[in-house]
Design a protein around this ligand. Structure first.
Ligand code: PLP
Length: 438
């Protein structure tokens, strides 16, 4: 009998009413089937077939406090007693705005939106309006949401040539229905390549409005910037009057309350944050320099959204900050420790079973790749990983009661502790033995 029968049947039913059966295309790729959930608590999730899993997918990142955290829930319930959204102003917006400007080193003002995609759209728009230029530089292997202006698939990049304009290289649309025209303003570069950056910015300085980057390549291998690279990016963008945007939708509230830019000690002009900032409620923000953000007040840049800054979302954001600020950020040290116990354990179990893998960790997020290399430090190498083997590993882990994303990225929350780590490593051991025996 199919272990996941209820989920399979629900997916069939969903397909009648919900386009594609799932609410976000990526979710359809889960093997052996997209799971349907009954409920979730702490680090665990229960599917409709009554299987309990330790959850390392964490809803693709937001659940930094785990599921149904009591103090977090309480603050949202409390806010809900007074209504959920007003289309008017309320104190929660001011309080959260104030906290964000205290927490994020580069933030003098913030603007709220609902998703990471929207925050990126606004940041790019602000950059174009501020500079009066139109082109955006982005990097291979980074993800900045699914809006037409920035969503691309990656052709196998030829890193020997310095950057490809959409027109010249035919940057591949990320999806059917995307306007090819929207890609004309994109220049895509290899990341961690200071020469390519310098050459392109020098040549196209009068056209480029923004450089947008993930500060750590979380979406492709959790790869760190090379020493000096982000400093160089800061220096060049300042020199050429280009707005530097750090997309901290993953790293914000994960690498520390102040995100990657606090950790690296570099101030971008704008940051985008989302996911973990509200612990699982739809909320994102652009934060940054007042003279750029001021374009909104001036009316030069329109910033819209019916549910922007709603009182449930701001209560959720404040609750996350409150929990993560306790005991001088002990939560981050604990999550780091938990993730390190996991990564060290996974490395040694896989090695003992003759499986070649690299695990790149950045605090409470890490990427596990099956690959015949000792390190993965660039997108080219990342593309050599054995994705099929990982998919099989993820499916076997599911049978063992551990939920991981099919792409290799694991998230840890404050709800994960030693108990979960030990159970997980025991599962990894069983799965590694089975895979090694194939
Ligand atoms: N930016 C980064 C770095 C992301 O990882 C994501 C989502 O994974 C986004 C932007 C888009 O965020 P959302 O899915 O909330 O639209």
């Amino acid at each position: 009998m199919n272990r996941y029968l209820q989920s399979v049947e629900k997916l069939q039913e969903a397909r009648t009413y919900v386009a594609g059966g799932v609410a976000s295309s990526l979710r359809a790729s889960m093997k052996p089937t997209p799971l349907y959930v009954q409920k979730a608590f702490g680090a665990r999730i229960l599917d409709v077939d009554n299987h309990e899993y330790i959850d390392y997918m964490l809803a693709y990142g937001p659940l930094i406090l785990g599921h149904a955290h009591p103090a977090y829930n309480e603050q949202i319930y409390e806010a809900m007693q007074n209504g959920s959204t007003y289309g008017l102003q309320h104190d929660g917006e001011i309080r959260l705005g104030q906290r964000l400007t205290e927490i994020l080193p580069c933030a003098e003002q913030v603007a709220f939106s609902g998703s990471g995609t929207e925050a990126v759209m606004l940041a790019l728009r602000l950059a174009r309006a501020y500079t009066g230029k139109t082109k955006t530089v982005r990097f291979y292997g980074h993800y900045h949401g699914w809006s037409d202006a920035i969503f691309t698939s990656f052709p196998s990049p030829d890193f020997s040539s310095n950057g490809h304009s959409a027109a010249a290289s035919g940057i591949i649309q990320g999806t059917g229905g995307q306007s090819q025209n929207s890609l004309q303003d994109l220049i895509v570069l290899p990341w961690n390549d200071p020469e390519a950056l310098e050459e392109t910015l020098t040549k196209h300085q009068h056209e480029i409005s923004a450089v947008i980057t993930e500060p750590v390549m979380c979406n492709s291998g959790c790869i760190s910037p090379l020493p000096g690279y982000m400093e160089k990016m800061r220096e060049l963008t300042s020199k050429f009057g280009i707005v530097l945007i750090w997309d901290e939708v993953i790293t914000g509230f994960r690498l520390g309350l102040g995100g990657a830019h606090e950790r690296f000690g570099i101030d971008p002009d704008l940051v985008t944050i989302g996911k973990a900032m509200a612990g699982g409620v739809a909320l994102s923000a652009v934060a940054g320099k007042r003279d750029i953000m001021h374009l909104i007040e001036e009316g030069t840049v329109m910033h819209l959204g019916t549910l922007n800054g709603n009182s449930l979302a701001t209560a959720a954001g404040l609750a996350v900050i409150q929990e993560l600020s306790k005991s001088e950020g002990q939560a981050f040290k604990d999550m780091d420790r938990t993730a390190t116990m996991l990564t060290e354990g996974i490395r040694s179990i896989l090695k003992a079973n003759g499986l070649q893998a690299v695990v790149n960790q950045q605090g409470p997020v890490f990427h596990l790749m099956f690959i015949d290399r000792t390190e993965v430090a660039d997108f080219d190498t990342f593309n050599l990983r054995d994705s099929q083997l990982y998919t099989r590993f993820a499916e076997e882990m599911l049978h063992e009661g551990v939920l991981v994303r099919p792409n290799g990225l694991w998230y840890v929350s404050t709800a994960h502790g030693e108990k979960e780590v030990l159970e997980t490593l025991a599962a990894v051991e069983r799965v590694a033995q089975r895979i090694a025996a194939y």
